[in-house]
Design a protein around this ligand. Sequence first.
Ligand SMILES: [Zn+2]
Length: 123
Amino acid sequence: MVKLRSWNTGDPERLNNTSHAEAQVAAWIGEDSGRNAKVVSLDLVVQKKSPCRMCVNTLRVLARSLKSREGGSAVTLTLSWSGSLHRDWKDNEGSLNAALSAAGWHPSGAKDAGAHFRVTRAK
Ligand SMILES: [Zn+2]
């Protein structure tokens, strides 16, 4: 299992998402495409804001390339996010989820910012 942490870089450009954290992840995984590590699943947790429309497109391309690289639909791709919806989705989480599904990802919805670190104690 590989854990990768990525973030937005400085100097955002208006018409592309190369500075966005999702694009950094896709580039990193893409650089691995000539190697023989098998990708079984990818669980992406986007913090502070949902992916924008351009990043969903990047994730669509990544999904397609991973599935063809792994010979079919054996790769499970899930995405959750915390914080607010990106303005591209006009306060409509359903349109983000539909776009993610169409891109080959299982949207697992908005989560509390600290949800992945919450500890539940036995009663
Ligand atoms: Zn983005």
